[in-house]
Design a protein around this ligand. Structure first.
Ligand code: MD3
Ligand code: FE
Length: 220
């Protein structure tokens, strides 16, 4: 273990709350080559050929501004009937594409660094933001076991993340999430409200006008 590398990495780790930590530029660190974020994006491009990104409809009847797809045994969906995880993609009628090894390894490694040794995600929600896309404050609570963390990976254009508390009206703090940032959301932060402010118009060298976010979950 290289002590200089250890010191370097420390500067990239930012606690966000109990059980929650931001690993800045995690995709680009250590043995993960600079090419790793690019490798994730290549695997992502192959996935969305099978299960395309689509704008789902909330139970209240509103089309989401974020386009979504999934990979893994389970996928998160919303429609007039509600929010849930299911094994079949409602667009294709087939199982979601399997989780690429690149996705799985990165998520497990980040969870370990965040203090969760045995995290094995069975679902990865893929979010694609374009200019103006946002995610209003919400809790992630469609998973069965809230002791399991969620690992999130940001790729492409930057976004402002809002990190709140256990109530919708709790104060929020703003956190910039940029290309390659990975965060682990566990412990008592697992049920905190959170959201993403409308994406600014810009271009990223790898993703053009988009921001992608991968969230790894143990859903079932
Ligand atoms: C804090 N995605 O897909 S990732 C979501 O950037 C979602 O697309 C956002 O919220 C995005 O549900 C934020 C950061 C994140 C993800 C899950 C959390 C923060 C979280 C769960 C609990 C607490
Ligand atoms: Fe969420």
């Amino acid at each position: 273990m290289d002590l200089f590398a250890a010191t370097e990495n420390f500067a990239f780790q930012e606690p966000l709350g109990p059980g929650a930590i931001l690993l800045r530029k995690f995709c680009q660190q250590e043995e993960r080559a600079k090419a790793n974020a690019a490798a994730l994006l290549r695997d992502l491009a192959a996935l969305v050929e099978i299960s395309p990104l689509r704008h789902m409809v909330t139970p209240g009847g509103f089309e989401m501004s974020v386009a979504m797809s999934n990979c893994g045994a389970l996928g998160w969906v919303t429609d007039q009937a509600g929010y849930r995880y299911q094994a079949l993609d409602p667009v294709t009628g087939s199982p979601w594409p399997s989780m690429p090894q690149s996705f799985l390894e990165l998520a497990k490694r980040a969870a370990q660094v965040g203090g969760f040794e045995n995290f094995v995600p069975d679902a990865c929600l893929i979010n694609r933001y374009e200019v103006g896309s946002r995610l209003t404050l919400h809790q992630d609570k469609n998973e069965i076991d809230f002791m399991q963390p969620i690992v999130s990976v940001s790729l492409g254009l930057p976004a402002v993340f809002l990190f709140g508390g256990l109530e919708r009206t709790s104060p929020t703090r703003k956190v910039q999430l940029t290309h390659g940032d990975v965060a682990v959301w566990g412990g008592s932060s697992r049920l905190n409200y959170h959201g993403i402010l409308p994406l600014k118009d810009s271009l990223h060298e790898l993703t053009g006008p988009y921001r992608y976010n991968l969230t790894f979950r143990k859903a079932g």
